[in-house]
Design a protein around this ligand. Structure first.
Ligand SMILES: [Mn+2]
Length: 367
């Protein structure tokens, strides 16, 4: 499912007008611009349109690659776009020089740290010793701050999992086994740190180190989260003031819970809705064709769950063991009967028998 139409409504219909009306000077996007290395064209077009709008308004944009992005593809055109006030960094490089921009007071240094996997940090900086996520981040930050102009105000942009953060289902884990946790303290040198990766807006160890959270809800366990962004005001002394600005999606993502008969029959308690919906049916038995029946009430129905059915799991497991002992021919006949309500005819049975024999023969020959 592409959520691009909803994202367009949020970006073009809410973020762009806000930036224009509030006189925002810069927009920071801390990674996972896209949800995959080769994103759908609709998503690329939308981002292109957004950058054009920002360049037209003379608003600077800073963005980095997250773990979902392709570092090279995100890096594309970055040197050319600087002229237009669009600053992208997809790939780590050993220099990691900050971008210096002027505001009403003085210059500000913006440190863009694209997603820093230990292996890519080792490659970019020619390190041979073993690095975990925290050591990799320490190393890059330390290198990039070496020779930094003293007393200049600074902002860091990074994509990482900081210790103590609350995660949700749709964030692809950064490390399988081992820890990708990083202590927030390593971002202390900066006046403000804009973080990406966690979908829930939150602070990480200090008020000036924050995740804005995702643009919208991307999984049902984010159903209760409030989405939006932080409007951050950096003064001449490097102090920040910030406020959370909520975003309203055209379709919400939420859970509905109840008995099938109630959901189907009680429009007052369960009004029709085109939100993205996961239904938790409290019934103890399976309801035939339930997905299509519920789709009449919720056209954007995504899942149907039966939490109470799982309690009968042991019984079903035993059934499963019995099923394993049946021949494939018997299983197919049963499946056919379950689906059509009719038994296989003699001729049909012969066809199934022939097909299976052929498959077995092919398997034997392949060995
Ligand atoms: Mn991420």
């Amino acid at each position: 499912m592409h959520l691009t139409a909803d994202q367009r409504e949020i970006i073009m219909g809410q973020i762009v007008p806000f930036v224009r009306e509030e006189g925002v000077e810069a927009v920071i996007i801390a990674g996972d611009i896209y949800d995959r290395g080769v994103p759908p064209v609709e998503a690329v077009d939308l981002f292109d349109e957004f950058l054009m709008k920002m360049a037209g308004l003379r608003v600077k944009v800073f963005y980095i690659a997250g773990n979902h992005d392709s570092e090279s593809r995100l890096n594309f055109g970055s040197r050319l776009m600087r002229e237009a006030g669009i600053f992208a960094r997809g790939r780590l490089d050993a220099a990691m020089a900050p971008i210096i921009v002027e505001d009403d007071f003085d210059p500000v240094a913006i440190y863009l740290y694209p997603y820093m996997e230990p292996a890519s940090v080792k490659a970019a900086f020619g390190v041979t010793e073993a690095l975990d996520f925290e050591k990799a981040h320490e190393l890059v930050i330390e290198k990039s701050l070496t020779g930094a102009p003293e007393k200049m105000r600074s902002i860091a942009v990074a994509h990482a999992f900081l210790a103590g953060g609350t995660s949700s289902d749709s964030e692809r884990p950064l490390a399988v086994g081992g820890s990708s946790n990083i202590r927030p303290g390593i971002f202390r040198p900066f006046c403000y740190t804009a973080l990406g990766h966690l979908h829930n807006p939150q602070r990480a160890g200090a008020d000036t180190i924050r995740y804005s959270g995702s643009l919208m809800k991307y999984s049902f366990d984010e159903a209760e989260q409030k989405k939006g962004f932080f409007l951050v005001d950096l003064d001449g002394s490097g102090k920040v003031e910030q406020k959370f600005v909520p975003l309203v999606p055209p379709h919400d993502i939420r859970r509905v819970r109840g008995l099938f008969a109630d959901i189907e029959g009680d429009r007052a308690a369960y009004p029709q809705s085109d939100d993205y919906i996961e239904v938790e049916l409290l019934d103890r038995g399976i309801i035939l064709d339930v997905f299509n029946k519920l789709k009449a009430i919720y056209p954007n129905l995504m899942h149907v769950l039966y939490p109470n059915l799982q309690r009968e799991g042991t019984m079903r497991e035993q059934e499963g063991q019995a099923v394993l002992k049946l021949t494939e021919e018997t299983l197919f006949s049963q499946y056919y009967e379950d689906m059509t309500g009719e038994k296989l005819g003699e001729e049909q049975q012969a066809i199934v028998h022939g097909c299976l024999q052929e498959i077995y023969r092919e398997e034997r020959d392949a060995k």
